[in-house]
Design a protein around this ligand. Structure first.
Ligand code: ADP
Ligand code: ADP
Ligand code: MG
Length: 573
């Protein structure tokens, strides 16, 4: 949606691709043309290189914007596009590759002259190397997976006794999630802020950094609220950080938009990693500068020079921007459980300084297979207090029905004096903010018969005398009538929120996901409500609970295994 809008304003025609579930999604409706990739899961659709290359060939597209997720940080995909003679609207494949592994990115940052978190710049293979590092740096330390992401594959260690155990667990997790288990070690900061720098480079060696962003309000190392600029870091720190980010980018021959992430504590900042793509939170930088970053991405990919110098960009910065991620999640009790389903009503807020970037309208479905971001509320104010007050006003006006959302938690953050005083850190939402009382008063309303299943029917049409075979997706009932009597099937809807298995003793997966951990063994007695395993779905870990007391007679899955909605995980007799 974001890319289509910028392209349209520039007079560029757009082509969307879609999975089976997204056949009628908003981005498909908005694009000039759309091509089916087939499949439902990300692997079958948006991560299916062949199907995407095929859509490029068929449509004759001359550029590909990879968005924020999926293949946006995949060097092989970028190379495949470039090798077709089509512009990849992002950095060169080699820059993605070098920044893609945390160890080689640390080396690149150092080489460029950008300070990194104290730690190793080689993989570590023994517990002894880790204890030796800790002996000089001091505890706590973080053991991190070189190929980790999304906060996964990172273990914090507070003493020498637990090094071996944490190392094994970091390697296990990395192997299960990313297929590679190389690790390294760095100093762990105890009350840091997450501050990042948005930059853009062109293909002629010019760079500007557009703004800093503070993204310290996180849960499970994932961002909830982002703001620009990052304030209260001390005289000159912001400029030094911007310049350091450019040094890191230059070291790998980077061009197009990118973000260098730092952790900041007590006046010092350290390179964490580089995200070699446009980020979800880019609009806060746009609203304080008036720069359309996607327009710049398209211009850079077309070989143009950056339209502004660093001085011109700096002079444009005015006021404060805040972005709220509105996810389909139930934040009650600080649990943030995924809540996929149909959005029965969506009324975005409006008014001075308010922007809503979304991929959905009323009646659209948040699929369990993809990220559960419903939309982003982006607010501009002349200063931070004005922006906070305006964001609260806009959030209170917004209506989202049918799914739970993070809005109550976002409001709790915005209204807290620690947030107003910039006293929070990346640990604050989980360690200080009290979400036990936040009311998610009413259960999401799902109107029962909405999701009538569609079936494929082929027919032939003639347009201006030319014959076309077309596939139509029509309600099952219509197809049934056309093809003889059959019993109409009621759609099955997976339960949203907390995973609770059937009362029969068969504990089933409430949504598609990956089994992270089993918490019971065969033969063990369990209570009603006891957690039997952890299922990761939609970037969240969900505890699956027993609905019946008894003895575990069978375990049908193993850690690391992918399960579908409704699959039996454990049997209790
Ligand atoms: P950022 O570093 O920009 O904050 P996120 O971790 O929020 O990045 O991920 C960026 C976006 O990538 C998500 O909001 C989503 O749109 C997309 N994304 C990432 N992983 C998936 C996935 N498995 N399925 C669908 N979308 C995904
Ligand atoms: P990912 O690839 O998962 O985004 P990052 O290295 O960016 O990994 O770390 C994610 C988050 O974990 C950071 O935003 C920060 O909150 C925390 N973090 C990472 N490394 C450290 C560290 N050395 N000290 C303190 N917090 C850290
Ligand atoms: Mg990160």
């Amino acid at each position: 949606m974001r890319v289509i809008r910028a392209a349209r304003e520039m007079g560029i025609a757009t082509v969307a691709v879609y999975s089976e579930l997204d056949r009628n999604a908003l981005h498909v409706r908005l694009a000039d043309e759309a091509y089916a990739l087939g499949g439902q899961t990300a692997a079958e659709s948006y991560l299916n290189t062949e199907a995407i290359l095929d859509a490029i060939r068929k449509s004759g597209a001359d550029g590909v914007h990879p968005g924020y997720g999926f293949f946006s940080e995949n060097a092989d995909f970028a190379d495949a596009i470039t090798n077709m003679g089509v512009a990849f609207i992002g950095p060169p494949g080699d820059a993605i590759r070098e920044m893609g592994d945390k160890v080689s990115s640390r080396r690149a940052a150092l080489r460029g002259g950008c300070p990194i978190v104290p730690g190793t710049t080689d993989f570590v293979t023994t517990a002894q190397e880790i204890t030796e590092f800790a002996a000089t740096a001091g505890y706590p330390i973080a053991i991190k997976a070189a190929f980790g992401g999304g906060g996964r594959g990172m273990k914090v260690v507070h003493n020498a006794e637990t090094v071996q155990e944490a190392m094994d667990s970091a390697q296990r997790e990395a192997k299960a999630f990313f297929g590679r288990d190389e690790i390294y070690v760095e100093k762990y900061l105890t009350w840091p802020r997450h501050v990042e720098v948005q930059l853009v480079g062109d293909q002629h060696g010019n760079y500007v950094w557009v703004s800093t962003r503070d993204c310290s309000a996180q849960r499970r190392h994932q961002k909830l609220v982002e703001e620009a600029p990052a304030i209260a870091m001390g005289e000159g720190v912001e400029e030094a950080m911007g310049a350091a980010a450019v040094l890191a980018a230059r070291a790998v021959g980077y061009f197009n938009a990118g973000t260098v992430e730092f952790i900041y504590q007590d006046g010092e900042f350290f390179f964490l990693e580089m995200n070699t793509r446009l980020q979800v939170e880019h609009p806060v930088s746009e609203v304080i500068t008036g720069i359309d970053l996607v327009e710049w991405q398209l211009r850079v990919a077309g070989g143009e020079k950056l339209p502004m110098t660093q001085e011109e960009v700096t002079a444009r910065r005015y006021g404060h921007g805040i972005e709220i991620r509105i996810n389909a999640e139930n934040p009650a009790g600080g649990k943030f459980l995924p809540s996929p389903g149909k959005i029965t009503k969506l009324v975005p807020s409006d008014g001075f300084g308010v922007r809503f970037d979304s991929g959905y309208e009323s009646g659209d479905e948040i699929s369990q297979y993809y990220d559960n971001l419903v939309g982003k509320l982006i607010v501009w104010g002349k200063d931070r207090p004005t922006a906070i007050a305006r964001t609260i006003r806009a959030l209170e006006e917004m209506v989202v029905e049918g799914v739970y959302t993070t809005i109550p938690a976002d409001l709790a953050i915005l209204k807290h004096p620690d947030f107003a005083a910039m006293k929070h850190s990346t640990k604050w939402v989980e360690e200080v903010l009290d979400l036990s009382g936040i009311g998610v008063a009413s259960a999401p309303t799902q109107d029962g018969d909405d999701a009538e299943p569609l079936v494929r029917r082929n027919t032939t049409v003639e347009i201006n005398g030319k014959r076309f075979d077309v596939a139509m997706w029509v309600p099952e009932q219509t197809a049934v009538i056309a093809s003889g009597p059959a019993k109409a099937k009621k759609p099955t809807r997976s339960s949203s929120g907390a995973g609770v298995g059937g009362g029969s003793g068969q504990v089933t997966a409430p949504m598609q996901g990956t089994i992270v951990k089993l918490m019971v063994e065969v033969g063990q007695e369990v209570e009603v409500g006891q957690a039997v395993c952890v299922l990761e779905a939609m970037k969240m870990e969900n505890q699956i609970l027993a609905e019946k007391a008894g003895k575990v007679t069978e375990i049908k899955v193993a850690a690391g295994q992918t399960v579908g909605s409704g699959d039996v995980i454990i049997v209790i007799a």
